[in-house]
Design a protein around this ligand. Structure first.
Ligand SMILES: [Zn+2]
Length: 115
């Protein structure tokens, strides 16, 4: 049975909660390690490395969280499942794999090609 928009919305809502708590975890650990850095200069190298890793993880999580929030907002607007670039209906299989997809496969490929 094909997935429905309602199911995708449920998945996104769940994802939003997960990402929010992961993001809070990472952000609090970034803050704690920031304090540790000034107190333990001997370990500075590895701590800086870990902190950089957390910062980049936080950035990735934040981006996913924003994608999910944006997708959820589109349910409100009634534009969910439409490509943001060309307005075509995004393939259901693609949404199932990536519920927060913003573009149809064709536009995604084109946009990635530009980068
Ligand atoms: Zn498109």
């Amino acid at each position: 049975m094909p997935v429905t928009y309602e199911e995708l919305q449920q998945q996104l809502l769940q994802k939003e909660v997960e990402l929010k708590s992961q993001l809070e975890d990472v952000q609090s650990s970034v803050r704690e390690e920031g304090v540790g850095y000034s107190n333990h200069m001997a370990d500075a190298g590895s701590e800086v490395f870990e902190q950089a890793r957390d910062v980049s993880l936080a950035r990735t999580l934040k981006r996913s969280f924003e994608d999910v929030t944006r997708a959820l907002n589109k349910f409100e607007d009634g534009t969910y499942g439409l490509c943001e670039s060309c307005g075509t209906v995004i393939e259901l299989a693609r949404l199932e794999a990536l519920p927060s997809a913003r573009y149809c496969m064709r536009c995604q490929t084109r946009l990635e090609g530009k980068r």
